[in-house]
Design a protein around this ligand. Structure first.
Ligand SMILES: [Zn+2]
Length: 441
């Protein structure tokens, strides 16, 4: 059982972080980094505030340890904006209601960040140094990731900060399955993300003389319709097979086993199909001519999420298979591809997370998933070859409340989970040391 002062310490720090409005855009995360630096200084930890934009600094704080593998504790300081209207309490006050902290960032991810900072402070206040170096990174600009001031900048400009292992956001959620078992998610990778433009060409002309079949807008509409009606066939990459194995999904064929798993929990019904296929989703249509001119071309803008291991060629191949031959078009990526990284599950840190779950929730098992959304773990995995996992226990927050919170109104997190998050970080730090000792001995 946690000492009551740990509970107070992590709750207060979460509330203070929520009170600093770091809505992105514009972010302005520096005051949040300064708050963490002042908090850590009380435990004798010197922090560095670094970054290319003085208003958007990142915090880096290290407690040096012994020879065991080093661990990064990672959390972004920015939040998505919170329009005040649908909230039942003001979003930037950090109120505690019925044992939960409510506010923008409570779940994504100022609570988790506070827990990681408290774990670091506890380690620094301890009697002996940690088994390996422990570094807290509190980075700016995760939510939009457009300005290159946060983790993408850190891994490029300060690669010496990276360690061997990292704990980040994106997993740790307790799912009570329909068959009565309990699993806890851990994010081991993320889908690849980009956006693209399909420029569909037609015959330009005066709108009073309809060019019918060759109208670029009509062709663009056909492209949109086909992209929705002809999704790529599902695939069953290793990450899906691993998840099905850990779920002990019955049946022979993957499709049948996935259907079974989707019946087990609404979160699995969302996550597992997303792990099986690329999505190319039209999100915009554009032309550039006055209303009385039939344009020479029309642009279809698409959000794309592909599976780890896929790339631009796979996206183009899919689009060709759907609209190729129908009319002339060109495909252009609108942003560089990011994401698509995975970490292995046979590492000491993964096992430390397994142990924590088994210890806290007897009978529950860890379930590795590839998340459809993006996280800064990508930069760590790709640039730094860090084994990074999304794992912060959410055992006590109602799962419907938790799932609706990030980016929605009345975002909340149970104080009991703040304690679990702190203790799971402390467990990981200790376990990496024990495993290093065992390996050396
Ligand atoms: Zn987040």
């Amino acid at each position: 059982m946690a000492a009551p002062d740990l509970r107070d310490e992590v709750t207060e720090l979460t509330r203070e972080l929520i009170r600093i409005d770091t809505s992105n855009p514009p972010g302005r995360e520096t005051p949040a980094a300064e708050l963490l630096a002042a908090y850590l200084a009380k435990s004798g930890i010197q922090s560095e505030l670094v970054g290319p934009d003085p208003e958007r600094l990142n915090l880096v704080a290290r407690v040096p340890g012994g020879d065991a593998p080093s661990l990064l504790l990672v959390g972004h300081t920015d939040v998505v904006p919170a329009p005040p209207e649908p909230w039942s309490v003001p979003p930037f006050e950090g109120r505690v209601v019925d044992g939960s902290v409510i506010g923008r960032g409570a779940a994504d991810m100022k609570g988790e960040l506070a827990a990681r900072a408290v774990a670091l402070a506890r380690i620094a206040r301890g009697d002996s140094p940690p088994p390996g170096d422990v570094t807290l990174i509190a980075q700016a600009d995760e939510e939009r990731n457009l300005s290159d001031v946060g983790m993408s900048w850190l891994v490029r400009e300060r690669p010496e900060l990276l360690g061997e292992y990292a704990l980040d956001e994106g997993g740790g959620w307790l799912l009570e399955l329909a068959d009565g078992r309990r699993v806890v998610t851990i994010s081991v990778g993320e889908k690849l993300l980009t956006s693209l433009r399909i420029r569909v060409f037609g015959r330009a002309g005066h709108a009073s003389v309809a060019s019918g079949r060759e109208n670029a807008v009509r062709r663009a509409a056909t492209a949109v319709e086909r992209l929705f009606s002809q999704p790529p066939p599902p695939q069953h990459p290793p990450a899906v097979e691993l998840a099905l194995e850990r779920l002990r999904a019955p049946g022979e064929a993957s499709a049948e086993r996935i259907a079974w798993a989707c019946e087990q929990h609404p979160s699995l019904a969302e996550m597992l199909p997303a792990m099986t296929r690329m999505t190319v989703t039209p999100t915009g249509l554009r032309t550039f001519e006055p209303v009385n001119v039939i344009p020479p071309y029309a642009d279809v803008i698409c959000d794309c999420r592909a599976l780890p291991g896929q790339g631009e060629d796979d996206l183009r191949e899919h689009i060709d298979s759907v609209i190729g031959g129908a009319f002339p078009y060109e495909v252009e990526l609108l942003e560089p591809i990011t994401g698509g990284s995975e970490s292995p599950v046979d590492t000491p840190l993964y096992r430390a997370c397994e142990e924590f779950v088994a210890g806290r929730l007897p009978g529950a098992e860890l379930l590795p998933l590839v998340t459809p959304g993006f996280s800064d773990s990508y930069w760590l995995r790709v640039a730094g070859e860090v084994a990074a996992y999304g794992f912060a226990p959410v055992f006590w927050t109602d799962s419907d409340v938790y799932r609706a919170g990030p980016h929605g109104p009345d975002e909340s997190l149970a104080v009991a989970d703040l304690v679990e998050m702190t203790e799971s970080s402390l467990h990981a730090i200790a376990a990496l040391g024990e495993r290093a000792d065992a390996a050396a001995g």
